[in-house]
Design a protein around this ligand. Structure first.
Ligand code: NAG
Ligand code: NAG
Length: 225
């Protein structure tokens, strides 16, 4: 602190500023003009941001209601009737009952034909066309897919059957049922491009040749390639 007694405390207050005075009116106009410009640009900015937000919200709502869900596949029945017989491979047969659901609210599904294949330890042992012609599936609808492999569509020799029998003796024979198709999503008259689709159902079969309760009505993962 400066404690010099000769010094007067600094005078604060309005001091005449003759040089600046003649500028005041212009300054004022300038300031008003400037604040008006910032206000207008702030307003435009605000309107623009609000519009952007609104468009974002509308897009989000549309996306939520139109967002395509993949079809949902479930396996209900699966049976290998001859599984308890030593020479069952001679007229082996695998039959199943599954379903495909379009769970979309507003999106229809256009399927091309659908093929089914059955795998055992990642080896394809059977393949057959399930739905030979293209079909359209309405929103919120389910279609049963029932089919069978036998004779020419199922290749099981005595060696493979022996493997089934060994698994059966341990309590479970595991198969995989695959559905393959190409689908297009459809919203009124617009259609998406074709997507190659696969649904894979792991099926545990018990010693009686029937699907085990843990696999019954199980959801089958669906993927696109
Ligand atoms: C297939 O399963 C569905 C659902 O469990 C059932 O409604 C339908 O009757 C079954 N169809 C056959 C042929 O077993
Ligand atoms: C179904 O199988 C047939 C014969 O192997 C094949 O030509 C066709 O492309 C397959 N379709 C689908 C959708 O996988």
């Amino acid at each position: 602190m400066d404690r010099d007694p000769d010094r007067l405390p600094i005078q604060r207050g309005p001091e005449p500023q003759p040089i600046k005075r003649h500028n005041t009116a212009r300054d004022y106009v300038h300031r008003v003009h400037e604040s008006l410009t910032t206000r207008v640009s702030k307003l435009i900015c605000g309107i623009f941001l609000s519009l952007l937000l609104l468009v974002g919200i509308i897009t989000f709502i549309l996306w939520l209601s139109l967002r395509p869900h993949r079809p949902r596949f479930h396996i209900h029945e699966f049976s290998v009737p001859g599984l308890s017989q030593e020479n069952g491979f001679e007229n082996a047969r695998i039959s199943f009952n599954a379903s495909a659901r379009n769970s979309n609210q507003n999106i229809g599904l256009r399927y091309d034909s659908m093929n089914g294949s059955v795998y055992y330890r990642d080896q394809k042992i059977g393949s057959t066309p399930l739905i030979p012609e293209p079909f359209y599936q309405e929103p919120k609808s389910t279609r049963d897919i029932i089919g069978a492999f036998s004779g020419a569509t199922l290749t099981v020799n005595s060696q493979r059957w022996k493997e089934f029998m060994n698994d059966r003796a341990r309590g479970t024979v595991v198969f995989r049922l695959e559905f393959a198709s190409t689908i297009r999503f459809r919203v009124s008259s617009w259609e998406s491009k074709r997507h190659r689709m696969y649904a894979n159902c792991d099926v545990d079969v018990g010693p009686d040749g029937l699907i085990l309760p843990i696999s019954k009505n199980r959801k089958c993962p669906v993927y696109f390639s």
